[in-house]
Design a protein around this ligand. Sequence first.
Ligand code: AMP
Ligand code: GLY
Length: 426
Amino acid sequence: MNILVVGSGGREHTFAWKLKQSPLCDQLFIAPGNAGTASCGTNLNIKPTDFEALKNAALEHNIEMIVVGPEDPLVNGIYDYFANQIDTKHIQVIGPSAEAAQLEGSKGYAKAFMKKYNIPTAAYAAFDNTSFEVGVQYIRKHSLPIVLKADGLAAGKGVLICNSHEDALKEFELMIKQSKFGEAGNKVVIEQFLKGIEVSVFVLTNGKEYIILPEAKDYKRIGEGDTGLNTGGMGAISPVPFFNGDLKNKIISKIIEPTINGFQSEQLIYEGFVFIGLMIDNDEPYVIEYNCRMGDPETEVVIPRIKNDLVEIFQAIKKNTLHTIEILTDARTATTTVAVSGGYPEQYTTGELIEGLSDLPNNDCIIFHSGTAKSNEKIITNGGRVLAVTAFGENIPVAKERSSQLLSTIHFNNMYYRSDIGFEFI
Ligand code: AMP
Ligand code: GLY
């Protein structure tokens, strides 16, 4: 079959790389893709939220499956758009309906869902302009630190951890009264601070059955030792050393099962990935957030560890045969290190020539492109996050060293990467 991947980052390059290996995949298209995806299939210059153009391309190229990478098109209803039209409803879209995508698109929706289905998460309350004064009182009495979250999508910037009441009150006012995060901050979730260690689990579901994919941990801060500004993600590891059988069983019984049961009770249409961000405190898991898609750069370590045919797994969603699939994982550790443009996550330049991409030392390393483009047959930078270099090894230090080592042979102006991915386990 012909398959279309929607998105343009390292996550989408990883999907394209994996799907291309399936004997079930004939032609592969990526919209809009990057210089890396161009080596797996055909890039189409279409924005992920331009559903009409995606539909025209899908019909023109006889697409039967659409794998959606980022959250925007999902929250904006790409699943429903294809499912509800006579000429496109035969096309399988991997993702949730718009209603179900609110698990990521609205923090208030996600918190109410967790409360209703007794899924462990931080205590919270939600406020908007009509309840602003009540919110102020709530903050005044809240223990420190106080976590403020813009309800809607805010490109990873909508979460603030405030260490004083003054700070929290100021930010609360900026969000509600001054639209600091635009419409996304019209409603604000205020929640208890969770301590512990983070891990992300990934589930593929059809709303009734599910399979669990390898877990991962990402490194969000720009600086070594987890310091400095938050980013989209500077690296990731999989597997995660403390993720043992006992913890996994707890996560299944207290979080995954109630989540899928909740989908059924709410009659949510969900035929895609659920990314569950967890905090583990004293061996107890709490949900920090749901995302309605795979993570980036988590995908760059999770997908390469899966040995199964990804197209077959996706087909099982529609066939109601997910329960028959056994995920076969590479026992080795994978780490990915993200090379970014200097200045990211703030101001940075693009259009820098990338050199050293051609020589792959061995098959323990894969170079995924995040923000790259082709210009006159040369590959140039085209975003904050530029490359994600994934390496396998028998443990984290070996894998990490291989990805750092390969990155040291690649060059572009003002290139920066963390050389301590997985540091707390080394
Ligand atoms: P998000 O934008 O929802 O992914 O949140 C960004 C990061 O903020 C998370 O990965 C956590 O590190 C942190 N965070 C979010 N909520 C909480 C919380 N209730 N307690 C502690 N840290 C949190
Ligand atoms: N790496 C975090 C995310 O994709 O949301």
